[in-house]
Ligand binder design. Sequence first.
Ligand code: HEM
Length: 455
Amino acid sequence: MPIGGISTRKATNVPFLASLTRNARTPIDAFTEASERAGGELVRLNMGPFRPYLVTHPDHVQHVLIQNQPNFVREGMFWKPLAPLLGEGILSDGETWAESRRILQPLFTARYVNSLAEQMAVIINELIEETITPGRPFDIAKGISAIVHPTIVRLFFGSKISVADIQRLVPAYDVAVTAKAVRLLMPFVPQGVPMPGDRAFRRAIKTIDGVVYPRIREARARALESPGEESTDVVSRLVKARQDVAGEEGDRRIRDDLVAMHGASTETSATALTWAWPVLDAHADMAAKVYEEIDRVVGGDPVSTAHLPHMPYLRMFVNELLRLYPPGWILPRMAVAADVIGGVAIEAGSTVLLSPYLTHRMAEFWDSPSVFDPDRFAPGREAGRHRYAYWPFGAGPHVCLGQHLFLMEAPLVIAGILRKYRPVMRLDRPVTPRLASSLRPPSGLTMTLVPRGRS
Ligand code: HEM
């Protein structure tokens, strides 16, 4: 069928429902199977009433996220379930998104990010001291979350948030981002039909709002009382940036950006940093290089941002971690108008699914793609690679605002722990991802941190 003079074809249908059922415990395997069958072509995942297009080839990623980006919006069946959490801010689309991006972008200038990272280093060192009990096995996801979540909360709200509020906020976020996993897998079920997780999701939002709104009002009151005061926390900066929009509407817009950013930053960072440990455990040779570099550069001192440029291997390790386990593993978009991607015609209103997880594992762009190898990111090795073969932080106008912050946070956490401890795990099989809205390892993965010199 020709569109705009270009000859197009229909997408091949890949039977997907049966594959999902077969891989019920590890649905990501169903996506991997579909991607391998597609071989980089645009295909349709046949789930009966719902048939999204699967986009894997870097050229097609570039088309959707950059070249024809305005045609692919963050709306539709995948985004709707999360709308009550994310609201109309930086994780929405169109006018409200553009306004939030204009307001938030200046918060992520190199200067402000560096100052946030310095505060972050101090908080991370304190939390490692407070939360780790050497010699006692702990659940890795929970242990890492106990460092990552309060760090972000303290950066966002400054010292003005109580420990009790942090303790309410952190589990509420956890519930909010995991409760919708079933709906995300079955997006064709109407919103009116109750699904597991819906009630827990509503309760979690109530808790989050119960903590966030009072902090916004306090920050507003402070800004009025002492207009000249320079607060570095994110909520004070947002209040200042939005001072023209007063009242409930203004509060809601700040709430939406804060909550969306909090969700975007904690779940992704905690997930990525949880993967680091089973990967170190599985690759003793790479772990030895990581340990050696940290010992040489950080030694016994508290880790600081000044150490980061001197730990290139750790940076390569983190890049490779995000290649094989990109926490934002699936990005859905809705096509506003009909389009052609890679010669395949797609209709207006259809859903396209992009996945860095799948693109990062394509044999056409990566040698032995399933092998964990930080050297892929050694200086000079990236030249010649397709620009969109690697995109853990998204691309185009919606590209992650927090990527530089995370690329400082990750080595701060890993080196902060490893300068003092060695991890001991008892894994009897390879660790495979489980499905949540981010790419989490299975729950219940434990490790013990043993003081250095005694492992
Ligand atoms: C491992 C860590 C992280 C990963 C893998 C990650 C990944 C992503 C991805 C894939 C997107 C694009 C979403 C889309 O196109 O629909 C995104 C957007 C975003 N991320 Fe991150 N992110 C991480 C950490 C952070 C951190 C630490 C922050 C904030 C401090 C943050 C804030 C944001 C925001 C605000 C957006 C929305 C940007 C927009 O739509 O304009 N992220 N992130």
